[in-house]
Design a protein around this ligand. Structure first.
Ligand SMILES: Nc1ncnc2c1ncn2[C@@H]1O[C@H](COP(=O)(O)OP(=O)(O)OP(=O)(O)O)[C@@H](O)[C@H]1O
Ligand SMILES: [Mg+2]
Length: 246
């Protein structure tokens, strides 16, 4: 496992309030990482910094084997580097079928996948089948996306992100609004995705985090409070004080 992304000494303030405070973080490729921490700890802001939505006041964000800085890159350039982000609210094309949604995601040029992978080509059709299989929507390809359950829409959106072959996938609170069965399916899907890429999952649901079976980073007041296995961090007194013991 080699380092894919490295943040060092990153800080960002909003109107004098330090949302991210001298944060350092590394993730390898492939790797699954869970981020936990109290409300306002800076978890979403951390993702905003990686995707270029928020610019830090200090520190470095280095990417890939050449350690290129992401700080001067636009949001779209960062996405083209292979960083995909899933927001809490699913953003699928509700009026299109699952197949059409996946086809559109494949058409979007990013790295090795381009117009050639369109569903009208045999390769495109095969790729859509493979993606549907990966997200567990094989039987739903012909359905209108707007008719899917909340969980299924989330999986479709993850599938659309996977269509772009990201090297790093950022997922913010995927379990919210899902049934227990949907949560279980989501952990399976993310674990599979993390076999070949880096995946960062922000989640408050501890059962969900446990099922990811990965290293956990605890954020608090914009810094790393603890890091290690879930058992390790949940025994940490500071973590209990600021997060678990609430
Ligand atoms: N654009 C912004 N302008 C002003 N303040 C902001 C902005 N973005 C985030 N903040 C503040 O920065 C802090 C960290 O917010 P952030 O959303 O990153 O926390 P979080 O860990 O994702 O919390 P939650 O678990 O509630 O999602 C909060 O105090 C928030 O109010
Ligand atoms: Mg958040």
């Amino acid at each position: 496992m080699s380092t894919l992304l490295e943040l060092s000494g990153v800080s960002v303030s909003f109107d004098g309030f330090r949302a991210i405070n001298n944060l350092s973080f590394q993730i390898g490729e492939p790797e699954m990482r869970a981020i936990i921490g109290p409300n306002g700890a800076g978890k979403t802001t951390f993702m905003d910094i990686i995707t270029g939505k928020t610019r830090p006041d200090a520190g470095s964000v280095l990417w890939g084997e050449k350690s290129v800085s992401l700080l001067r890159k636009s949001e779209s350039a960062i996405a083209r580097e292979g960083i995909g982000r899933k927001f809490q609210k699913p953003t699928v094309f509700e009026a299109q079928t699952v197949r059409e949604n996946l086809a559109m995601a494949l058409k979007n040029p990013r790295g090795p996948f381009d117009v050639l992978m369109h569903r009208k080509t045999p390769e495109g059709a095969a790729r859509i089948e493979a993606l549907a299989e990966e997200i567990g929507l094989t039987g739903q390809l012909g359905r209108i996306a707007g008719e899917l359950s909340h969980g299924q829409k989330q999986w479709l959106e993850i599938g659309m992100l996977l269509a772009q072959a990201p090297r790093l996938l950022l997922v913010d609170e995927p379990a919210a609004g899902m049934t227990p069965a949907e949560r279980e399916h989501t952990t399976d899907l993310l674990k599979r995705a993390a076999e070949t890429r880096a995946v960062v999952v922000v989640e408050h649901d501890m059962e969900f985090v446990r099922r990811l079976e990965c290293k956990v980073t605890v954020l608090h007041e914009g810094s790393v409070l603890a890091e290690g296995s879930l058992d390790h961090v949940t025994k940490n007194k500071d973590v209990i004080d600021v997060y678990l013991g609430r």
